[in-house]
Design a protein around this ligand. Structure first.
Ligand SMILES: Cc1cc2nc3c(=O)[nH]c(=O)nc-3n(C[C@H](O)[C@H](O)[C@H](O)COP(=O)(O)OP(=O)(O)OC[C@H]3O[C@@H](n4cnc5c(N)ncnc54)[C@H](O)[C@@H]3O)c2cc1C
Length: 461
């Protein structure tokens, strides 16, 4: 191995390959923390360098894990001391926006927020938005097919990625960067890398789809008395806003209380106690946006007794404070050793029933366990943070969450991916025929299995 590392050093330069003590202080990731464990951390500067590194690693059957912002929730970026962590942190270039095509071409290490800002400078917007925006990378969001807060209007990364450049395990550079919305010329190569969690290639560049920026934006927090009312509110708003409803995030009462408690970063903007709270965001387009539309709608929803209290934010500061309730996990990380997090998809009409059954099942086996519930209800996606249970029971807790999901035909991962955490449960959401296709693709593109081995699925399962 020292010989391989010397060869890689010759490609990237002395200061871009770190190993041993040099890794101390380099975090393994946002959720687990601790120091990065790896044979070496390698930081290439160009696609050609990535290619040359992979040629060497493939010849040596050396495992390589692409790493972006290490914010992923499924341990898919995790490395051990035998693996090379290939960080794209030096490949952050953002090309000027192509205004005519409404696209932007970026290197895979570009940080999501920087891409959002580059689009905004041209009065356009990049539709992906999520809590990790300041640290997650475009490569990571493509590899995990990230969703976030605006899927209801703009779709997931799969819908926003128009082109991909990637390097295969043997060093081949695949450029599928046409950037066309319509391109019916056979198999969609770029889509293979979306959601593949770094198992098929290292993404080095992407062409991203941009949309017109709204001329105004409304953000509201609503207090809603029942699940039935919540679904009615969602439909009414979606219809009334004519496609302008961009976020609809539900917070169960326990989550709202906890994330606005004295342990949390966010304050409590509404004291009204109710079963459900919703953070919603609307966009208006055109030269003459109707700034009072959301206010009128809220009035009607209150009259119809679907909403019992609510507020519309008046400034960016207020808006940020509302979103902090949803996006800050400060209280969780302060009070609990670890949080078992889940992101499932299931029909909206089943969400209340499933959540109640899950809470009962957890309470029976772990009476001290707490289930915090929130999620992108508009997209059929719920999150659970289950805390106050010994970490050693993680697998048993997974079993309760996923076995129960079978009754609803749900998906074990709506957006965070499979990684190491969920691979033993993948069979709940994927048929044997689908698994065989996935294994076949992996075998063709990475016959030696050097790219992110053991993540997503095991070749021999
Ligand atoms: C506060 C917070 C809120 C979040 N909210 C959401 C949310 O609402 N919706 C959502 O979908 N996700 C959410 N996430 C998780 C989200 O999946 C990640 O933030 C993001 O998609 C991963 O990007 P990353 O650069 O951190 O990738 P990493 O975590 O570094 O890697 C994730 C996976 O991508 C692979 N990968 C990384 N870069 C490349 C590359 N260049 N080529 C090939 N493979 C690569 C890795 O090998 C790994 O398999 C949240 C995370 C945090 C911390």
């Amino acid at each position: 191995m020292p010989e391989l590392l010397d060869q890689i050093r010759a490609i990237v330069g002395e200061k871009n390959i770190l190993s041993g003590d040099q890794l101390s202080g380099r975090s393994a990731g946002y959720w687990r923390g601790g120091d990065l464990q790896a044979l070496a951390l390698v930081r290439p500067a160009t696609t050609e360098e990535v290619s040359r590194i992979l040629v060497l690693c493939n010849e040596a059957s050396q495992s390589v894990v692409a790493v972006g912002g290490a914010t992923g929730l499924a341990e898919a970026h995790q490395t051990d001391e035998t693996e090379i962590a290939l960080s794209l942190e030096r490949m952050t270039a953002i090309e000027p926006v192509d205004i005519g095509s409404r696209t932007i071409t970026v290197e895979a290490g570009a940080i999501l927020q920087n891409v959002q800002e580059a689009a905004a400078e041209e009065n356009l917007m990049f539709g992906l938005d999520l809590g990790a925006r300041a640290s997650c990378t475009i490569g990571g969001t493509i590899a995990t097919n990230a969703g976030g807060n605006r899927v209801i209007r703009y779709g997931m990364m799969r819908d926003l990625t128009l082109g991909v450049e990637a390097v295969l395990a043997d060093g081949t550079i695949v450029s599928s960067m046409s950037g066309f919305l319509k391109n019916n010329t056979g198999y969609d190569i770029r889509q293979m890398f979306v959601g593949a969690e770094g198992t098929l290639g290292v993404i080095t560049k992407a062409v991203l789809r941009l949309h017109e920026a709204p001329s105004s934006m409304g953000t509201a927090l609503l207090c809603i008395p029942s699940w039935d009312a919540l679904l009615k509110v969602l439909r009414k708003l979606d219809r009334a806003m004519g496609g302008g409803l961009v976020a609809f995030e539900a917070l169960w009462r326990d989550f709202y209380e906890f994330n606005t408690s004295e342990h949390a970063e966010a304050d409590k903007p509404l004291e009204t106690e109710t079963d459900y709270y919703v953070i919603l965001e609307t966009f208006e387009f055109g030269d003459d946006p109707d700034s009072s539309r959301l206010e009128d709608l809220l009035g009607t929803l209150i009259e119809d007794e679907l909403v019992i209290d609510g507020l519309i934010t008046k400034s960016e500061d207020e808006r940020r404070r509302i979103w902090d309730i949803r996006e800050s996990f400060e209280a969780e990380t302060k009070l609990y050793d670890g949080s078992m997090s889940y992101d499932i998809s299931l029909p909206q009409s089943d969400m209340e029933n499933y959540t109640n059954r899950l809470k009962q099942a957890i309470a029976i086996r772990w009476p001290d366990g707490i289930v915090y519930t929130y999620g992108h209800v508009g997209d059929g996606n719920l999150h659970y943070s289950i805390v106050n249970i010994d970490w050693n029971a993680h697998e048993a807790v997974d079993g309760v969450v996923y076995e129960l999901l079978k009754d609803y035909g749900g998906s074990i991962s709506a957006e965070h991916g499979i990684g190491l955490e969920k691979k033993q449960w993948l069979g709940i959401s994927r048929s044997e025929a689908e698994m065989n296709i996935m294994r076949g693709i992996k075998k063709t593109l990475d016959p030696k299995g050097i790219l992110n081995p053991g993540k997503l699925f095991d070749m021999n399962d």
